[in-house]
Design a protein around this ligand. Structure first.
Ligand SMILES: Nc1ncnc2c1ncn2[C@@H]1O[C@H](COP(=O)(O)OP(=O)(O)OP(=O)(O)O)[C@@H](O)[C@H]1O
Ligand SMILES: [Mg+2]
Length: 209
């Protein structure tokens, strides 16, 4: 199974938004997708419970006390949403089970400082050092016209990690999640403009080394 972990110890940076969107995109491609939620807040699990049955099926991947259960045998794509504050042993354990990590980063000084510690921790972990796990960064709620965005890009250049895309802030993300959907479940022209911003991330995820 191809397993993708969404992680950043900073709260509210977009982990659950990424997890739900990636799950729904893979489900649209006819993959057998399971979505696990290791966060006590259960944002992704509650979203999945609200998802209309008419939309492409996403299976639930059970977990207990922040530890994923056995991978559902029928699935070929696993997506794991994680809580804020994830680091240390639980992070190292999870990195043994996944092959990709996607780290959402928001263009704010507080987020960048928290992310720095996380990148340094990731770089020390054996599976990352041995290149068994690949990592990508995604700018979340990014307005390319702002100096905060420019500062984020410059800040991230010091790490040997690709910033694969930036996703703008849009109210339709909040509305879609509310309905158990994502932008990938919508066909409107406006949603498609936002969907295009995801393309580099999707290509990075489906490209095998
Ligand atoms: N591109 C976006 N445009 C507008 N709102 C967004 C966008 N991405 C995320 N949000 C909103 O920002 C808030 C935080 O996002 P999300 O819940 O995905 O972050 P998180 O990292 O999972 O948070 P937590 O650490 O609490 O689990 C949510 O209300 C979400 O709807
Ligand atoms: Mg979350």
């Amino acid at each position: 199974m191809h397993t993708i972990l969404l992680a950043n110890p900073k709260g509210g940076c977009g982990k659950s938004t990424l997890a739900t969107h990636l799950a729904s995109w893979f489900a649209q491609q006819d993959d057998m997708v399971c979505l696990g939620d290791l966060d006590r807040q259960q944002s992704s699990a509650l979203w999945l419970a609200r998802r209309p049955a008419s939309l492409p099926k996403i299976h639930s991947w059970s977990s207990e006390d922040g530890v994923p259960g056995p991978t559902p045998k029928t699935c070929n794509i696993g997506i794991l949403d994680t809580p804020a504050g994830l680091h240390g042993r639980p992070l190292r354990q999870l990195l043994k089970e996944v092959d990709r990590v996607v780290v959402p980063v928001a263009p704010s000084r507080f987020d960048l400082m928290a992310s720095r510690d996380f990148f340094e921790e990731l770089a020390e972990i054996k599976s990352v050092r041995k290149d068994r796990v690949r990592i990508a960064l995604v700018g979340m709620r990014v307005d390319p016209r702002t100096s905060a965005t420019q500062q984020m890009i410059e800040f991230l250049e010091q790490f040997d990690l690709p910033l694969v895309t930036c996703i703008r802030s849009a109210q339709r993300y909040v509305q879609a999640i509310e309905n158990g959907e994502t932008l990938f479940d919508r066909r409107s022209g406006a949603s498609q403009a936002d969907q295009r911003q995801w393309q580099p991330l999707l290509e990075w995820l489906v490209t095998r080394r």
